[in-house]
Design a protein around this ligand. Structure first.
Ligand code: CA
Length: 235
């Protein structure tokens, strides 16, 4: 159960959605303006926000930016009829965690809400430097370049990226990714890691993440300090 802030000005969408969220066990507050969403969001009374980008008054993107500037870590799912890649990127850059394009099926949105509630404040979108992992879509890009990964490479990258700065031992990685199906030596893991390094470097724009080797132990996704002016440098 979560306290969901639903910011949507179209009652044909908000009414059935609020009903479905309540049926799913959530408490729901419905707001129909950007100002309202921002006020309730700022009050820190919500666990999660479902946010329409096209709201009267303050635009949804501005709502996200303001909340993030205030330090809010509340997961935000953007709901938008704007489906161009640019809008998607702008929403994520502003600090949204996930997005659903309109028109959407209610059960799809409910599943996204459940997933974000389960993950708590651990987002569906993970950023390390210029790399963005969209864990809902299992897609990775560095800057504007999509990184083509095999399923196992993706799993290894996600695990390391969820633990930036921490050493993950070979045993931990194998257990998490291959579960009971690990029959090979650790050479296979080395192959996946070197494949990852090569693909990230190829897609790189100078601030791609680096996977470090910790001799005798395992691997670590190195931290990348935030660059000043990073947000404003983007289109
Ligand atoms: Ca709208």
């Amino acid at each position: 159960m979560a306290r969901v802030i639903l910011a949507e000005d179209d009652e044909a969408i908000s009414e059935p959605l609020a009903r479905a969220l309540r049926r799913d066990g959530h408490e729901v507050a419905v707001l129909n303006t950007g100002q309202g969403a921002l006020e309730v969001g700022s009050a820190g009374v919500g666990d999660l926000m479902v946010l329409d980008l096209g709201l009267p008054g303050i635009d949804g993107i501005e709502v996200i930016r303001s909340l993030r500037e205030q330090g809010s870590k509340m997961p935000i799912i953007v709901v938008t009829a704007r489906t161009s890649d640019l809008d998607f990127v702008v929403g994520l850059d502003a600090g949204a965690d996930d997005y659903v394009a309109k028109p959407f099926r209610i059960d799809v949105l409910l599943a996204r809400v459940r997933a974000l509630v389960r993950r708590g404040s651990s987002p569906a979108i993970i950023r390390v430097g210029e790399m963005v992992i969209d864990s809902a879509a299992r897609r990775v890009r560095v800057g504007d370049n999509e990184v083509p990964l095999t399923p196992k490479e993706y799993d290894v990258l996600l695990l390391l990226s969820q633990n930036v700065g921490k050493v993950m031992s070979r045993e931990q990685i194998m257990k998490e990714i291959w579960r009971g199906e690990w029959f090979g030596g650790s050479k296979t893991l080395d192959m996946h890691v070197s494949g990852l390094r090569r693909k990230l470097a190829e897609a790189g724009v100078g601030r791609e993440p680096t996977i470090g080797t910790v001799r005798g132990v395992g691997f670590r996704m190195e931290e990348i300090p935030a660059a000043s002016g990073d947000q404003s440098a983007r289109p």
